[in-house]
Design a binder for this molecule. Structure first.
Ligand SMILES: *[C@@H]1O[C@H](CO)[C@@H](O)[C@H](O)[C@H]1NC(C)=O
Length: 235
């Protein structure tokens, strides 16, 4: 490990889902097939959207972005688990573990943001159909995706940097099949108060903003009388 006192261990252990060898081979084939289906499905969606000009509309472009994040999340976690089961080895290096923590936060956050953006897109399409092409112009689409990406990247990197400050003493065993922020914080042996405050604060803000955007769009869609600008005298 490099000089500095942030960590005393260079390796963590991922205990996986079970210790039972027979169950492990079942889990291996189950996860391998689910992984292959996920990868194939997501790549097909991305390929279909990019190759068919009829699908170059905001809804399908966002969908293809969503597939891309799904692809990235599964690819940063599942293959490592499969390799570990196959090699009967539970170790993961400190760097790999930290990159898993960051990438799950980044792509998970991006997925969250994209879902909010996609409901907003449907809200505009249903409630303001005549203005749809004006409002959801390509420039706004790129901005919305870039906005979600930058927020989730900053969020992931911030938590990653905060984990770098922590030290881990004994052989750290995660009762999980990938490195996840909450487990990492739980197993650190230095003070994680600031980390925990930051986790609760940021997750609440980001979660609440995307959930409220989704609820707003759906209420506008299903209750036309609540629509902004509607006088309720349409009957
Ligand atoms: C994601 O969205 C952006 C902005 O709309 C677009 O330019 C890009 O091609 C999309 N990426 C994928 C993989 O669909």
């Amino acid at each position: 490990m490099e000089a500095g006192n942030h960590t005393a261990v260079s390796e963590f252990l991922l205990l996986g889902l079970t210790e039972d060898t027979e169950l492990q081979s079942l889990i291996f084939s189950l996860f391998l097939s689910m992984y292959l289906v996920t990868i194939r499905g997501n790549l097909l969606i991305i390929l279909a959207v990019s190759s068919d000009p009829h699908l170059h509309t905001p809804m399908y472009i966002f969908l293809s972005n969503l597939s891309f994040t799904d692809f990235c999340i599964s690819t940063t976690t599942i293959p490592k688990m499969l390799v570990n089961i196959q090699a009967q080895d539970q170790s993961i290096t400190y760097t790999a573990c930290l990159s898993q923590v960051c990438s799950v936060l980044i792509f998970g956050g991006l997925e969250n943001g994209l879902l909010a953006v996609m409901t907003y897109d449907r809200y505009v399409a249903i409630c303001h159909p005549l203005m749809y092409t004006v409002i959801m112009n390509p420039c706004l689409c790129v901005l919305l995706v870039l906005f979600s990406l930058s927020i989730s990247t900053m969020h992931g990197l911030l938590h990653g940097l905060m984990v770098l400050r922590l030290s881990f003493c004994t052989a750290v065993e995660f009762p999980h099949f990938f490195c996840e922020l909450a487990q990492v914080l739980k197993l650190a042996c230095s003070d994680t108060l600031i980390n925990n405050i930051l986790v609760h604060f940021l997750f609440t803000i980001l979660g609440a903003s995307s959930v409220s955007a989704i609820i707003f769009s759906y209420t506008q869609i299903v209750c036309p009388r609540l629509r902004i600008g509607s006088t309720g005298k349409k009957y």
